[in-house]
Design a protein around this ligand. Sequence first.
Ligand code: S6P
Ligand code: ZN
Length: 193
Amino acid sequence: MQAAPVSDLPISVQFDFATGIFEPWLELQDRRLSNLKEMFYDQERVRNILSEGDPVIYEIRYHPFQTSTSDMSLGVTRIYPGKIGDEYHMTKGHFHERLDQPEIYFCIHGEGYLLMETREGDFRAAPWKPGTITHIPPMWAHRVVNTGKDTLFFVASYHLAAGHDYDAVTRRGFAQVVVEREGKAVLMPNPRR
Ligand code: S6P
Ligand code: ZN
C-alpha cells in the first residue's frame, strides 16, 4: 500500500451495490492463485492449475482515510466464485500485527463463511449472507470463503496501523477448510494440520 494522502476534510465515496465497486478508490490489488498458493490444502491441484495459468481469485479496492490524527481505512473485497480442487475460493487470511486492533466486515453480496481463529486455537465459522455484519475482535485471524455461484463482496473498516501478519496463516492455515461435498459447502478439519 502506498502512503495515503492526508486530508482533514470529510470525504465520501459512492458504492455500487450491484457490482461492489466504489468510486473513487485509491488502490486496487489483484490476488492471484500464485499469491496465495500455500493457502489451499490440495497442493497438487494448485500446481496443476498454475502450470496452465494464474487465475485471479479476488480483488481489493482500498481508500485509506488518513487525517493528521487518525487512520481509518475502507477496503472492499470481491471474491470470484470457484474452487481449487474441492476447496472454495477464499482470501489469504491474516492476523493484525497490532494486538489491539479489531475490524468490522459487512457482507454485501454472495454467500459463504467468515473463518476466525485465535493463536490459542479457538475457532469460529460465521455463516455469511448479504447483510451479515461481523465484528472481528483483536487477535483473531480472519478469512472469507465464497461458497456461492456469484461473486461475494464485503466491506472492511479498519485502521491502517493495524497492519497485516500473514505468516501464521501461511504456515498452518485455519483449523477448518470449506469444501464442496455432494454439491454442498461443508466444513472439515484442515488436512494439513
Ligand atoms: C484488512 C482487511 C481486508 C483484507 C482483504 C483481503 O485488514 O481485513 O481489507 O485485507 O479482505 O484479505 P487478505 O487476507 O488477503 O489481506
Ligand atoms: Zn484485517
